[in-house]
Design a protein around this ligand. Structure first.
Ligand code: SF4
Ligand code: SF4
Length: 434
């Protein structure tokens, strides 16, 4: 009430994406809150007119309140400065610990594009397991939350290590301890899933890279044996125990075959029981053929088409996120990756490269040069265009590793397909209502 009376100047948020469906509705998506508002009739007209003049003082109270609640219009503040402050607060918050632990960097698959190429191969021994447990317990003393992601190599090659470390964590209840796992899915039998569930693992991310004939070339055993149907069988057997998300790494060669994975999921009655998302294969460590990689613009088109096409089949893969503010664990104070030798890293893509480590579970944490690089990261230091980007709150300038190591910008797909995604979502909502 008070705010309206004193006619504080309001302005449109920098982070709005407005889709004007001409004679019909107008949809506004705010990338900071993730809120989507659809206006029609006189409300649409009033909003567009006020936006043009940037004068919202004559809008009716109900419309004004709705626009303010979704951060679509805001007090006249510097939104970039506010985002930066909020980002620093979230990154430096000392309450929650996020650890990624690789019990081993060995793997039972031989994927040609594997990110672990060039990294040393090792497995935790008892001394390192014990020191990792000590590290976690010391770090957790005054914290409220602990989350562990089990990673590798293939972490299920050494579920005994997962078991030992989990059992060594004291105060699991107070820490609301929960875990997830990134696995190739080959060893994820029902028995294994039950064991993991007892070890607080609730969620598994599994990669499938196309229909069988493509997946089996890209994700085969060392002797060349196929893996597709073993993984599918496992997913079928465990999806009532763990939440499963299938990641499909796509490039120019397999993108046209992605729907065939859905056919298999459909045959196995899995389609509504598991999540699925597309991720572009990335040449981050020069571990894939650059010519086959889709750039952000190409990927954004393929992703939007995939979603629209499959919506017609009744599958909803729409995912329009809201601002993440945190960026990623690499630049957050209480986040570490622990490799099988007990070395600590900040970024997943540096595991096994000792020269990039920020410390070790055997020593107290210090602000060494690598640590300063990651904690001192400023998402606005790299690409001037980011300051004018309407999806900055959810992209935050992209992956810090890319920004430090590659010259060019790696924009989020929503930079190019946000309007299309919002339109797809609106169509979907209408179809559900009718
Ligand atoms: S810096 Fe990039 S590659 Fe490293 S963990 Fe973060 S998002 Fe992943
Ligand atoms: S990297 Fe691209 S999508 Fe991300 S904030 Fe910058 S301009 Fe926007």
């Amino acid at each position: 009430m008070y705010v309206i009376e004193r006619r504080q100047r309001m302005k449109l948020s920098k982070f709005n994406i407005i889709v004007d469906n001409k004679d019909l509705t107008c949809i506004i998506y705010n990338s900071s809150t993730g809120g989507i508002l659809e206006l029609d009739g006189k409300y649409k007209k009033m909003f567009l007119k006020a936006s043009k003049s940037n004068d919202f003082s004559n809008l009716p109270k109900d419309l004004l309140d709705t626009l303010k609640a979704g951060d679509i219009i805001k007090d006249d503040i510097d939104e970039i400065a506010a985002l930066k402050i909020f980002n620093n607060m979230v990154r430096m918050s000392s309450d929650n610990i996020g650890l990624t632990i690789a019990p081993t960097t060995t793997c039972n698959f031989r994927c040609p594009y594997c990110y672990e190429k060039g990294a040393s191969i090792s497995t935790m021994d008892d001394k390192i397991i014990n020191e990792t447990i000590n590290f976690i317990n010391k770090m957790s003393i005054d914290k409220n939350q602990l989350n562990i992601t089990w990673y590798g190599g293939e972490p299920l090659l050494h579920v005994d290590i997962i078991e030992k470390i989990t059992n060594g964590i004291v105060d699991k209840e107070r820490l609301h301890y929960n875990a997830n796992i990134v696995t190739n899915g080959y060893f994820l039998t029902r028995e294994m899933a039950e064991k993991l569930y007892k070890l607080n693992v609730m969620y598994a991310q599994i990669t499938i890279n196309g229909p069988p004939e493509i997946h089996n070339i890209r994700r085969c055993l060392p002797n060349g044996e196929d893996t597709f149907y073993v993984i599918m069988k496992n997913i079928e057997n465990i999806c009532d125990i763990l939440r499963i998300s299938i990641r499909v790494n796509v490039d120019k060669e397999n993108i046209c075959r992605v729907d065939e994975i859905l056919n298999v999921l459909e045959q196995k009655n899995l389609i509504k029981k598991v999540g699925l998302y597309l991720a572009p294969v990335d040449n981050i460590n020069e571990s894939c053929n650059q010519h086959n990689c889709l750039n952000s613009l190409e990927f954004s088109k393929e992703e939007a088409e995939f979603i629209r096409r499959n919506l017609k089949r009744g599958y909803n893969f729409i995912n329009i996120p809201s601002g993440q503010q945190q960026i990623c664990g690499a630049v957050s104070l209480q986040s570490y990756i622990i490799d099988p030798l007990g070395n600590l890293y900040k970024c997943w893509d540096e595991i096994g490269r000792k020269e990039t480590s920020v410390g070790s579970v055997f020593e107290p944490i210090t602000l060494n040069a690598n640590m300063i690089k990651w904690l001192g990261y400023n998402f606005l230091d790299f690409h001037k265009e980011c300051e004018d980007c309407n999806i900055l709150p959810l992209c935050m300038g992209g992956c810090p590793y890319h920004n430090y190591n590659a010259k060019e910008k790696h924009c989020h797909a929503l930079k190019y397909n946000a309007k299309e995604m919002v339109a797809i979502l609106s169509d979907y909502k209408k179809s559900v209502r009718n």
